[in-house]
Design a binder for this molecule. Structure first.
Ligand code: ATP
Length: 719
């Protein structure tokens, strides 16, 4: 058998732990009963490795390249097979071509070899079909497509409309199984689709494109914080989601592929099942990963961002290779933290997971090196062993289990603290360094602290339930049911507190808007005439009231957060509350949305009213002040002169308003003017004073010219 043990080494990178920033929607969706990962099988399983050889493409055919992958049967292939020698004769004697390189003729055996005529359905049948039952039995599964650029990974995973890839086929089967089992079980299915590009994780099903962070969850393993989980009810919906996500995926042209995917795409399905009779539930996660294509950096000759992109792809694939090597060699430390990809795949390689690797190769000699590397990689991966555990959700929680979780979290916490310290020191030595990593670590640390607190509370709750159950008093089951009633009551109170807090926050926000409208009108009325001196008093009063209201809002928000922590705590102890909680959180989302809607509508109404008043000259300001660009004076209104817009902070620029026959207003007024040439969304404030007025009599009518001097510039901080 071939030896494929050339260690794939990569320089040890500084580990960078990023924090969870938002409360992950997916973890919220998955805030299901606490799982106790029961190693009820403890079986050892090899990773299943399937090799798919794609048909030669047009370029390979045109260049008459040699076929370097020969499939022998459905399990064996030969790389660089022996060629038939074309002997030549010299002086009638048969000679060998000594310049010709000898063929490697390496035999590889895999779990399945799919030749170049195999379809996606055939690949599916021999790779992931069996995973559907494994998932339904509550085990985590993952599939990843590996190979060089243009080797056919995306074709295998996603496919085309005529020949859908294995993601769609797996999901189709999953839905079929779900329907078959629907009389016995309740199902909930959620999907997420993200990409890792240049070490940044992004949600492919969300248009905002903000970076997401990976987090390790004691219950669900590695989760992506902030990713949006989508509920789907049939495979048709999935196809449109995949299509939508793929359009957002980062693609560039490479030598081997006109539409090369330059990111790792990770599609995950979370299945939550509850047995209708016993109410026992289990969760399983299916991850389908379309890795970015590896390529030889030196061969591409790319520079700049494309070089960085290629380097990141290769680095993360090397990190994956290192993890595979460490797993095979039975090392204690597996360098998962070396890249985002390996962090995400942590529980998909050696962990609690049944894994299928599909290695895609081109048959042509044009991709000789790439194919050889992929086959070596895949062959090594075959030796990975994993301990597969079933995720059974048990109502009977063990205090010891939580204590272990707390101790794990504390260890991780200590590690993060030391990282923070190290980074702090580095920062003092090199102050112009990037502080984002430090901030990320800090917030991850805080997150950990919160989790530890929460788990400690749970331990206490469990202890009290246990100790109450042991005493000489009434029988434990009675005691437990009493505790349960109390817990339900507590839950109802907390839910009410949260709803009330939300309602009050909304009322206060409404009154801030109403007050703002009132104060604006009052200030405008007093901008001229007698009431001018009251202006400061009025705005001070308003500022104070607004500050008070905002303080109250903050207080209510913290109450809301505290009650939410308490509710989550109760959920840990009483998973039965989950269904209630789901309903409640849906209701809260709906309420929040409705309130936001009302508030925006209210603000819009005010603006609309102001606009109408201005147009009809009812607004106090429209009568009392001629503002640049909005002069109420009839006739043409010109924009402020360019010299102001280009002034870039010079103090005394002049701009002119033309038209109309109203007299100039002798008042100071502030006006926002966007200054050209500054990269800013906010504008500078200019305090204006009218300095001169000119009237010209023309044949067509008179023309009034108002000149304003910019007296003062109040600089604002750029945002
Ligand atoms: N088995 C196959 N049968 C027919 N065409 C295929 C097959 N595999 C790949 N192709 C075609 O080869 C081209 C490259 O395939 P694909 O985009 O899947 O490669 P890839 O490995 O995902 O590349 P990259 O890593 O650069 O994204 C596509 O045009 C695809 O349609």
């Amino acid at each position: 058998m071939v030896k494929c043990d050339k260690n794939l080494k990569t320089p040890r990178r500084r580990t960078s732990a990023k924090s969870s920033v938002t409360a992950a929607k997916v973890s919220k969706a998955l805030s299901q009963p606490a799982t106790s990962t029961v190693p009820n099988l403890g079986r050892v399983s090899n990773m299943t490795v399937v090799v798919r050889v794609r048909p030669p493409n047009k370029k390979e055919q045109e260049q008459n390249s040699r076929i370097v992958v020969k499939t022998i049967d459905d399990k064996m292939l030969i790389f660089d097979p022996k060629e038939e020698e074309q002997p030549f004769f010299y002086h009638g004697v048969k000679h060998r071509d000594f310049l010709k390189r000898g063929n490697k003729e390496l035999k590889f055996v895999f779990d399945k070899v799919c030749g170049n005529i195999s379809t996606n359905v055939e690949v599916y049948t021999h790779s992931t079909k069996s995973l559907v039952d494994t998932l339904m039995n509550g085990y985590n599964c993952s599939v990843f497509a590996y190979g060089a650029t243009g080797a056919g990974k995306t074709y295998t995973m996603i496919g085309t409309e005529e020949s859908p890839g294995i993601t769609f086929l797996t999901m189709q089967d999953l839905f079929n199984r779900k329907n078959e089992l629907s009389s016995e079980r309740e199902f909930e299915l959620m999907v997420t689709y993200v990409e890792i590009y240049n070490e940044v994780v992004k949600d492919l099903l969300c248009s905002n494109g903000s970076p997401l962070y990976l987090r390790e969850d004691s219950k669900y393993g590695v989760i992506i914080s902030g990713v949006k989980a989508h509920k789907i009810s049939n495979p048709g919906e999935l196809f449109s989601l995949l299509d939508q996500g793929n359009k957002r995926r980062t693609q560039h042209l490479t030598d081997a592929n006109a539409e090369s995917s330059r990111s790792h795409a990770v599609f995950q399905v979370y299945i939550h099942m509850t047995c209708k009779n016993t109410r026992e539930s289990s969760t399983a996660k299916l991850s389908m990963i379309d890795l970015a294509g590896s390529e030889r950096g030196s061969a591409t000759g790319y520079v700049g961002p494309r070089f960085k992109e290629g380097a990141n792809i290769n680095r993360s694939l090397l990190a994956l290779g290192n993890c595979i090597n460490s797993l095979i060699n039975g090392k204690n430390h597996i360098p998962y933290r070396d890249s985002k990809l390996t962090r995400l795949l942590k529980d998909s390689l050696g962990g609690n997971c049944h894994t299928v690797m599909i290695a895609n190769v081109s048959p042509s000699s044009l991709s000789y090196e790439e194919t050889y590397n992929t086959l070596k990689y895949a062959y090594r991966a075959k030796s990975i062993k994993s301990n597969i555990k079933k995720n059974v959700i048990s109502g009977d929680l063990h205090v010891e289990q939580y204590i272990k979780l707390v101790s794990d979290l504390q260890t991780e916490n200590a590690h993060l603290k030391s990282e923070v310290e190290r980074l702090k020191q580095e920062k003092t030595h090199c102050d112009d360094g990037d502080s984002s990593e430090l901030d990320a670590l800090r917030s991850e640390n805080n997150e950990m602290k919160k989790q530890i607190e929460l788990l400690n509370l749970t331990i206490n709750a469990l202890r009290s339930v246990k100790s109450e159950g042991k005493g000489d008093g009434p029988c434990p089951s009675e005691d437990l049911s009493k505790v349960r009633t109390e817990v339900y009551q507590e839950f109802a109170v907390l839910v009410k507190d949260q709803t009330d807090a939300l309602q009050s926050i909304f009322e206060m926000e409404k009154s801030i808007v109403a007050k703002k409208k009132q104060i604006d009108t009052e200030l405008a009325l007093r901008s001229t005439g007698k009431g001018k001196d009251d202006k400061k008093k009025i705005s001070d009063k308003y500022d104070k009231e607004e500050k008070d209201l905002k303080l109250q809002i903050e207080r209510l928000k913290s109450i809301k957060m505290r009650t939410s922590v308490k509710i989550k705590n109760l959920l840990l102890v009483y998973p039965e509350l989950n269904q209630e909680y789901e309903k409640f959180s849906l209701n809260m989302d709906r309420l929040e949305f409705q309130y936001q809607n009302e508030l925006t509508q209210m603000k819009n109404d005010i603006l609309r009213q102001m606009l109408t008043d201005f147009q009809k000259e009812k607004h106090p300001l429209s009568q009392s002040a001629n503002m640049p660009g909005t002069s109420s004076a009839c006739g043409t209104v010109t924009r402020p002169k360019r010299n102001l817009q280009d002034a870039k902070g010079k103090m005394n620029s002049t701009f002119v308003l033309e038209g109309g026959d109203k007299p100039p207003v002798k008042t100071k007024t502030t006006r926002n003017i966007a200054v050209k040439g500054f990269k800013t969304r906010s504008s500078k404030r200019f305090l204006l004073g009218t300095t001169s007025v000119g009237k010209e009599n023309k044949p067509g009518g008179s023309k009034l010219t108002l000149s304003y001097d910019v007296k003062k510039i109040q600089r604002k901080r750029w945002v």
